[in-house]
Design a binder for this molecule. Structure first.
Ligand code: 26W
Length: 823
């Protein structure tokens, strides 16, 4: 009988309004007379949340009953962005909400913008995890995400006097998308010591005793699929003092301060996301975060498995665990500990289960990003885990020794323990040894890890353990949500919205490439998106940019390897060139807006200098009357997922210009092209596969190849025929002349290139970078030719859907099948 009371989709706009008003008046206890945009957002979110919860419960029930194999995606970062727009579109009732809100006097866009971004990530890796959750649900795979519920996400960036200033991101004051599960908790142990004894059968057993305990509390977030009732779960752990509140013993003894301090120390574990992207700093609190999250998640997974009463050897038939980079690698050790120390399995039997369960994805080859933890630190925090790591290493090295006798140097190179002082645990080596598959995230990257950092492991395990899964993006958020008019136009030409769940259907657009009306609409949509961005820039920064100018965008974390410094040097070069021209010559030039955005890690001094240089150049160029609309340089503060949804659809060309071999994949490159923007880029990461798919006539590639990087670096360091590029030398002179303010401020950026080996090869690539930008200007002047490139590129982007990517993981690594409900 209760079924008749279950929530149904809104019948119509009135049905939606009824629910919205009910939430305003009851849940929020407000009157409709003082319902502002913020209250409208809250009530609208709650109304849609009600629809999700119903599907969510049914999905979990279905998955439990079917007892199907699940994948658990372990990621320290989930860069989700906003949830409301996504929920409305995935449920397919945004139009109803729009009409309902309009009648109540609200613009749906303004309501959507009330929501804080869930910014629990740094950049590419975190956003990839979010796209994967969307695809897993859309494709009906039984899947959970596991992460940390940070009280503070990635900091907000303000620009003051041209410099980055970090502001805390307290995002949780109203978050209708999470459900606290105060009944789902796990006690997590730290520190203490190991007691070795024998059991009644004379078997050696290890007991981990003493130390301190912190409580993990589950917070669940529903993840709706697009056009399906499947709604998966993202479980985020929050830390709390184990006693629940502060220690009453201490409290009663009058030791108030220390009882409160214990509580705060516990809560510190999930307090803040580490803001480093591609840099390992080996901080103890970070290791605590990793173990806390991994131990809680594994306890949860094992508890679920044990309910099925299956024998342990079937664990890998029920459970696949994917490690998003090495951050959750301790999960390998923790599962071995559970099986051996707690469940009493033999080492070999346990290890076989462990290795069949895990897969490891590598996201970077930068040496400074490869995680290492010091042995003394792990010894102190996780004494039993250290013993297990040593045993894993011992058995691994013994087998290598049998396979390759008398190769001491090989053993040294592949060992999980690096014999430095202090000794260090190489987490990537542990992840490889404990997994059955290791994958890179684009073809070039997967080849590079096989021939460089993991070469020895390919010799040991054979090539089949190492594979490629090229990254992808969800077309729901990155096309349908971010660019609704383009999505609608595509639907009108391809026979509906089928392309959103089968992106290869975009190829039908090729048939219409010569259709004049279609081409006009295509160009008009891009122009309108540029107008919207221009308005945002004017409103927030006071800079007037001409939407007819070529919008040239580079938005991503600031890092020397991504070479924003080369981009701004290029802009300076353009400025100097324009200044030298006669007014007549100038009038013939293609106007440009150089748009930058991105955060620097708070401790990354050079990245912060680069942000300052960009702003200093903008200050001069944007106020130069002689230059006018011919060049503007804009730095958009606080780049995040929501800003990306506005900026990406407004780009004519975007820059993906990393030193060849350094950017594992890149994913924004895919987002830009999917929105009809062209790319200027190096032969790096997924740029190479994008080129293969869309054709090399539709992309502007330049620069040295990965295979030459080593030799070029060598020439910088040991002399050889290297000279500073003359155009770059001229740019440096101008900076040093003081044109952009105190040259001292920029001395380090210059000397990194000129005096300290130019590790990222800015000078080597600068000439071809400038030449290629000339080609971009020329191509853009041919408006029709440009539109053709834009349409054909979008038509050929089907491969880069995260749906394709997730299907590859499901088949090649996880061995899981979709499980659909009756819709
Ligand atoms: C230990 C500190 C740390 C933190 C984050 C090291 C490394 C990371 C990430 C792995 C960095 C990252 O986000 N990598 C990016 O992953 C994307 C998704 O696969 C790729 O598209 C990007 O090329 C890669 O830089």
């Amino acid at each position: 009988t209760w079924r008749k009371h279950q929530a149904k989709p809104f019948a119509d706009k009135d049905g939606f309004q009824r629910e919205l008003v009910r939430h305003v008046e009851t849940t929020l206890a407000r009157s409709m007379f003082n319902c502002d945009e913020s209250a409208a957002y809250s009530a609208c979110a709650l109304a849609f949340r009600d629809r999700l919860v119903y599907d969510w419960n049914r999905t979990q029930q279905r998955q439990t009953l079917a007892d199907a194999k699940r994948v658990y995606y372990l990621s320290l970062e989930f860069l989700m962005g906003r949830a409301l727009d996504n929920a409305m579109l995935n449920i397919g009732q945004k139009d109803i909400a729009k009409a309902g809100l309009a009648e109540l006097g609200f613009r749906i866009e303004d309501v959507i913008e009330q929501e804080n971004d869930a910014a629990l990530g740094n950049g590419g890796l975190g956003r990839l995890a979010a796209c994967f959750l969307d695809s897993l649900a859309t494709l009906n795979y039984p899947a959970w995400g596991y992460g940390l519920r940070y009280r503070y996400g990635i900091f907000k960036q303000e620009i003051i006097d041209g410099y980055q200033v970090e502001v805390p991101d307290y995002w949780l004051d109203f978050n209708p998308w999470e459900f606290p599960r105060h009944d789902v908790t796990v006690d997590i142990q730290f520190y203490g010591h190991v007691v070795k004894t024998t059991d009644e059968n004379g078997r050696v057993v290890h007991r981990w005793e003493g130390g301190e305990t912190v409580k993990a509390v589950a917070y669940d977030v529903p993840i709706p699929g697009y056009g399906t009732s499947t709604t998966n779960n993202l479980r985020l752990w929050s830390s709390k003092a184990a006693s629940g509140e502060f220690d009453f013993q201490k409290f009663n003894n009058g030791d108030y301060e220390s009882s409160v301090a214990d509580q705060q120390r516990a809560e510190t574990i999930s307090a803040v996301l580490y803001p480093n992207d591609n840099l390992d700093r080996g901080k103890e609190l970070r290791l605590k975060q990793q173990y806390f999250w991994v131990a809680a998640s594994l306890y949860d997974i094992v508890r679920r498995f044990k309910k099925s009463k299956r024998p342990w050897k079937e664990f890998p038939d029920q459970v696949a665990i994917q490690l998003n980079d090495t951050h959750p690698t301790l999960a390998i050790v923790e599962l071995q500990r559970i099986l051996v120390d707690i469940e009493g399995l033999g080492w070999d039997e346990a290890w076989d289960i462990v290795t069949r369960t895990f897969g490891y994805t590598n996201h970077t080859v930068l040496p400074e990003a490869l995680e290492k933890w010091s042995v003394p630190l792990v010894q102190h925090l996780l004494p039993r885990h250290l013993q297990i790591i040593y045993d894993i290493n011992l058995f691994f090295l013994q087998s290598v020794e049998r396979q390759f006798p008398n190769d001491r140097d090989l053993l040294r190179r592949v060992s999980i323990i690096e014999e430095t002082n202090p000794k260090m645990i190489r987490m990537a080596h542990l992840a490889i040894v404990g997994s059955h598959k290791v994958n890179g995230v684009a073809e070039l990257h997967s080849d590079l890890i096989k021939t460089t950092i993991f070469k020895d492991f390919v010799d040991i395990y054979g090539p089949d353990k190492f594979t490629n899964v090229t990254n992808g993006i969800t077309p729901r958020r990155w096309l349908h949500q971010a660019n609704p008019r383009l999505s609608e136009l595509i639907a009108s030409k391809t026979g509906g919205y089928g392309f959103l769940t089968d992106l290869t259907q975009l190829n039908k657009l090729e048939l219409h490439v010569n259709d004049a009306d279609f081409r006009r609409e295509w160009a008009e949509i891009k122009f309108n998106n540029k107008v919207r961005l221009a308005k945002y820039i004017k409103d927030t920064l006071g800079i007037a940019v001409n939407p007819n100018a070529l919008f040239d965008v580079q938005v991503k974390r600031i890092h020397e390897y991504k070479r924003q410094q080369m981009n701004i040097f290029g802009a300076i070069h353009r400025y100097l060139t324009l200044k030298e021209m006669t007014p007549e010559e100038r009038a013939k030039q293609q106007p440009r807006v150089s748009i930058f955005g991105g955060k620097a890690a708070p401790g990354y001094w050079m990245a912060k200098q680069i942000i300052h240089l960009i702003n200093a150049v903008g200050e001069v160029v944007n106020n130069d009357k002689e230059i006018g609309d011919l060049l503007k340089v804009v730095f958009i503060p606080d780049y995040n997922v929501s800003k990306a949804e506005m900026i990406i659809p407004a780009s004519d060309i975007s820059e993906h210009i990393s030193t060849a071999g350094t950017e594992a994949s890149g994913t924004s490159n895919m987002k830009f092209v999917l929105n009809g923007g062209l790319i200027i880029g190096t032969c790096d990461g997924a740029n190479i596969e994008i080129t293969r798919e869309i054709g090399d006539e539709n992309i502007f590639l330049f620069g040295n190849l990965a295979e030459n990087v080593e030799d070029l670096r060598h020439a910088h360091t040991y002399g050889g025929d290297w000279t500073l590029d003359p155009s770059l030398a001229r740019v440096f002179e101008e900076i040093e002349r003081g044109t952009f303010g105190n040259p001292q401020d920029f001395a380090a950026i210059i000397s990194a290139v000129r005096d300290h080996g130019d590790y990222y090869l800015v000078s080597d690539d600068f000439h071809s970078y400038l030449e290629t930008h000339k080609l971009v200007d020329e191509a853009y002047r041919d408006k029709e030719g440009w539109t053709t490139k834009s349409i054909l590129s979008v038509a050929r982007m089907g491969f880069f859907s995260s749906d394709r990517c997730i299907n590859e993981y499901a088949e090649g690594i996880w061995n899981i099948e979709p499980l659909k409900g009756e819709e």
